[in-house]
Design a binder for this molecule. Sequence first.
Ligand SMILES: [Zn+2]
Length: 114
Amino acid sequence: MRLIDKRTVIKSVPRRWREQYRDRRWATVTTKHGLDISADAIYRQLQALDLDTCSEQEVIAIVENSSWTTILCEACEKSVEHAILIDGEGGTTGVLICPRCIGKATKFLQRGMR
Ligand SMILES: [Zn+2]
């Protein structure tokens, strides 16, 4: 179980970008300004950021997409600032749940155990 916050997500963008384009490093992405740029060139721009201090907007300016820095609760499907990642068993993907949904689940559980 891990706490996921914006910094965690920002720090993971280069790695996730690399994984997404692993077999298509030289595939081009057309920017909103109409320029064709390779996935690898975008990766190098991400690597050049100071991931400990850069803003979310700096990341979005490079990837031109806020989905890379969004934390989406898998229960309520809302964009949140923090979430808990409950790890899956045997290397399966975990589940990302926001504090509000964990609170609702805890109350639900407590009512059921009375
Ligand atoms: Zn939620």
